[in-house]
Design a protein around this ligand. Structure first.
Ligand SMILES: C[S@@+](CC[C@H](N)C(=O)[O-])C[C@H]1O[C@@H](n2cnc3c(N)ncnc32)[C@H](O)[C@@H]1O
Length: 164
């Protein structure tokens, strides 16, 4: 009986936290291995360079980036997903940092590249944040959603590369 209450409690907490996340960004929908690989190909960063995943979900993109020798930083608002991302990237702990927090408040100044899978309505704000805070020449790859009014430098399988 206690186990059932714990499961119910966790399920309700998960639903509530996912609802709160919707106010600030996209819901959790993971990318597939192929999409992660294409995103990393488009970013074409060198080993040791830094890639951010803004809204890192369960950390799968961070792990894929680490396997290519990159340093990776993920921001995740949902505490459950942040914990899963932290656990799932432990074997790459020298290269991967998972930060539980709102990426709109993230310092993106050290990023050489950024990966996002958000929603259409957040893209103008992301564009402004990158222009105001990121290094000149930073590369952004967005899955599924375009930056309005900005021409992608490359496009592959619904992944859009932008160079600032
Ligand atoms: C569509 S999922 C993408 C997950 C991951 N990037 C991937 O490729 O598998 C979007 C994630 O962003 C997180 N998120 C949404 N808004 C956020 C915010 N403002 N700050 C941090 N994380 C956020 C959600 O909780 C969700 O896990």
């Amino acid at each position: 009986m206690t186990t059932l209450w714990i499961i119910w409690g966790l399920a309700i907490a998960l639903i509530l936290t996912s609802g709160v996340v919707l106010l600030f960004g996209a819901p959790y929908i993971p990318t597939l291995k192929k999409q992660q690989a294409t995103a990393l190909d488009l970013l074409a960063l060198k080993p040791g360079q830094v890639v951010y995943d803004l809204g890192c979900g369960d950390g799968r993109f961070l792990a894929a980036a680490a396997r290519r020798g990159l340093r990776a930083v993920g921001y995740e608002l949902n505490p459950f997903m942040a914990l899963i991302a932290w656990i799932s990237t432990r074997r790459y702990h020298r290269q991967v940092k998972v930060k539980w927090g709102n990426f709109w408040q993230a310092d993106i100044g050290e990023a050489d590249g950024i990966f996002v899978f958000l929603l259409d309505r957040f893209m103008p704000r992301l564009d402004k944040k990158i222009k105001a805070e990121a290094k000149a020449g930073i590369k952004l790859v967005s899955y599924a959603f375009k930056i309005p009014g900005k021409k992608p430098a490359a496009t592959k399988s619904a992944l859009f590369l932008y160079i600032y």
